[in-house]
Ligand binder design. Structure first.
Ligand SMILES: Cc1cc2nc3c(=O)[nH]c(=O)nc-3n(C[C@H](O)[C@H](O)[C@H](O)COP(=O)(O)O)c2cc1C
Ligand code: SF4
Ligand code: SF4
Length: 292
């Protein structure tokens, strides 16, 4: 395929999806293809002039976050333009994640886009289940290799579409309820007495959900539970009022893992770090990337 100009549109909460976008950008640049990046942070307008659109999102309750739905809603008509839909999850292509791209595909189709390629990437889990550092390091290392592969398939015209299990479609539809829950989660967030009023959270919330009113950190109703503010506040001052079980006890910081990678001396096999049925598709993903 003769793609000259690619538009990468992505949403990220805690940086995993941004790293997958980095990997795609590099893989396209390696093929001398121009790339325009649009990170959805509540301020961007759609970019029309591209001959391939790549939409990348973190999986939230077996779906795309609301920012992706809203971008598609106000995007220009697709007029048959090809799109690759890339989901990024903690669990990989496991049930019920198999249906996580279905609603996005439908939205794009209604807008006149032609989905030619779908793929699940895996990044460290940022909620409920904490992955070991070595597994996180392996996943960070796998993204560029799997993005090279995906870009090469896209350029050779390989159409990669998947069929979700029907039961996963049901779960994915029920997962939409998370979007309603997210409003409450956002409204119930609180900045505690450790807050030093640095303003970082208000400047960096990708939904514009945080404002400072009379020196008080105030949370609104546009949250998507991306967890950026909770993990990113330097004072660990942001606490959820509901859904505390979602938050990883030791925090979540991909930069810390990246800084550690150079010092890691023990490299177990994929088999050793992906024990248990919950990680079976994470294991498959790592093996696909060439990890042993
Ligand atoms: C609210 C929420 C819901 C999530 N739901 C799922 C899910 O249904 N399946 C899954 O495998 N991972 C799920 N995850 C994990 C993220 O998809 C994963 O960690 C991803 O890499 C986060 O991307 P980001 O760092 O760009 O935000 C969820 C994370 C959050 C915060
Ligand atoms: S990032 Fe943390 S310390 Fe800074 S204003 Fe927000 S809650 Fe307060
Ligand atoms: S309020 Fe926090 S969790 Fe909600 S969207 Fe903003 S940064 Fe993400």
């Amino acid at each position: 395929m003769d793609y000259k100009y690619v538009n990468l549109v992505y949403f990220t909460g805690t940086g995993g999806t941004a790293r997958v976008a980095d990997a795609f950008e590099q893989a396209f640049l390696n093929q001398s293809i121009n790339v325009h990046r649009t990170e959805l942070n509540g301020k961007n307008q759609p970019v029309d002039s591209c001959d391939l659109l790549v939409v990348i999102f973190p999986v939230h309750a077996f779906n795309a976050p609301k920012s992706i739905d809203e971008w598609i809603e106000q995007a220009p008509p697709g007029r048959g333009r090809p799109v690759a839909v890339i989901s990024v999850s903690g669990g990989g292509e496991i049930s019920p994640n198999t249906a996580c791209r279905a609603a996005t595909n439908q939205r794009l189709k209604r807008k006149g886009y032609h989905v030619v390629y779908e793929k699940m990437f895996v990044m460290p889990s940022n909620f409920m289940i904490k992955y070991e550092d070595i597994l996180c390091a392996m996943l960070l290392g796998a993204a560029p290799r799997n993005a090279e592969k995906a870009v090469s398939e896209l350029l050779t015209g390989i159409c990669h579409r998947t069929t979700p299990f029907w039961i996963d479609r049901v779960a994915s539809k029920l997962g939409v309820l998370e979007k309603i829950g997210a409003k409450f989660f956002g409204k119930c967030l609180k900045a505690n007495e450790n807050c030093i009023n640095c303003g970082w959270c208000a400047q960096n919330c990708p939904r514009g959900n945080i404002t400072i009113v009379n020196d008080k950190i105030t949370f609104g109703g546009t949250c998507v539970i991306c967890l950026r503010c909770v993990y990113g506040c330097s004072q660990k001052a942001i606490e959820p009022g509901i859904g505390k079980f979602l938050i990883l006890k030791g925090g979540f910081d991909l930069r810390k893992i990246e800084n550690k990678i150079g010092y890691m001396t023990v490299f177990p096999s994929v088999e050793q770090v992906t024990q248990g049925s919950l990680l079976k598709r994470v294991k498959a993903y790592l093996i696909e990337s060439g990890e042993k």
